[in-house]
Design a protein around this ligand. Structure first.
Ligand code: CAA
Length: 282
């Protein structure tokens, strides 16, 4: 399929990152969020990212203008009626995703592929909410999207091979390297990453180390680019909790139980970088 018009649902850190790489690869992008303030803020963040690249001499002003001109913020889901491919990057909450896919299925043309950037919810569960489960697929980008090379691709039981191939080609067009993962909670990336982050939070909770010591051990001792607590703040503590709950419920193993300290932070509104306070202050 020749994809020209691309939709992104959600203009947060993942959605705006996906919109940026899609526009940079020459696609026309509609970036949807529930308020114009959120959608415009997403576009402003893209502008700031591009400006940094411009200042470093990695981008020309013409190229920056072209990328920005390709992105249209939107608050009406009906604007998705002209897109060939949509990536949903709304909050990691099942009810929200199920409702969005039901509505996208009603709005989008029959050829449109509906992808989810879910970090843990099985694709088959999402696809079952639509009349086109063969055209529903997981396309899981990593944060920060413009920098990270990986995209996890997840086929649900009903996803067609044609949908899969189109998605793999699109990931490559966006400059990413696709890796296949099975349709089980957390797929590969978060099945491995989140237990590590959760264990780091347990170390803090039980006084095994300070936040600085825990992060330093993993950064310098394992050569990770960021310590696990810093990374959790980048991902968003609410997202970390939601992923752990999906792993815990979906795999039924107590080893995935979220650390009570993580729950306390989330319930207190300490969500990481995006709220200005998580394990660190921003
Ligand atoms: N958006 C866009 N670009 C960004 C960025 C952002 N949020 N943060 C950094 N960058 C860019 C910088 O502009 C810079 O670009 P250039 O090389 O073109 O100059 C480059 O990234 C490197 O940035 P810095 O020099 O400032 O910092 P760094 O070298 O420490 O790298 C990092 C920053 C890339 C974020 C690095 O620390 C890193 O790789 N961290 C780990 C990230 C990670 O593990 N992500 C996966 C999270 S899990 C996930 O996303 C899945 C999920 O479902 C939860």
């Amino acid at each position: 399929m020749n994809i020209k018009n691309f939709g992104v649902i959600g203009a947060g850190q993942m959605g705006s990152g996906i919109a940026q790489v899609a526009a940079a690869s020459g696609l026309n992008v509609i970036m949807h969020d529930i308020t114009l303030e959120y959608a415009s803020r997403g576009k402003d963040n893209i502008g700031k990212n591009l400006l940094r690249q411009l200042e470093k001499g990695k981008l020309t002003a013409e190229r920056m203008d072209d990328i920005l001109a390709r992105i249209t913020p939107s608050t009406d889901l009906a604007n998705m009626q002209g897109v060939d491919f949509v990536v949903e990057a709304a909050s990691e909450k099942e009810e929200i995703k199920f409702e969005l896919f039901k509505r996208l299925d009603e709005i989008c043309p029959t050829h449109t592929i509906l992808a989810s950037n879910t970090s843990s919810i099985p694709i088959g569960r999402i696809g079952a909410r639509t009349g086109r489960p063969d055209k529903v697929i997981g396309m899981h980008f990593m944060n920060p999207v413009p920098v990270m090379q990986l995209v996890e691709i997840i086929k649900g039981l009903a996803t067609s091979e044609e949908t899969h191939q189109t998605t793999v080609e699109l990931a490559k067009k966006l400059g990413k390297i696709p890796a296949e993962a099975g349709d089980f909670p957390g797929f590969i990336a978060n099945r491995i990453l989140l237990p590590m982050i959760n264990e780091a939070i347990f170390c803090l909770y039980q006084g095994t180390g300070t936040r600085e010591a825990i992060d330093t051990v993993m950064k310098l001792g394992m050569n990770h680019p960021m310590g696990p607590l810093t990374l959790a703040d980048l991902i968003g503590l609410d997202t970390c909790l939601a992923i752990l709950e999906t792993l815990h419920y979906g795999l039924g193993d107590p080893k995935y139980r979220p650390c009570p300290l993580l729950r306390l932070y989330v319930e207190s509104g300490w969500l990481g970088r995006k709220s200005g306070r998580g394990f660190y202050q921003y």
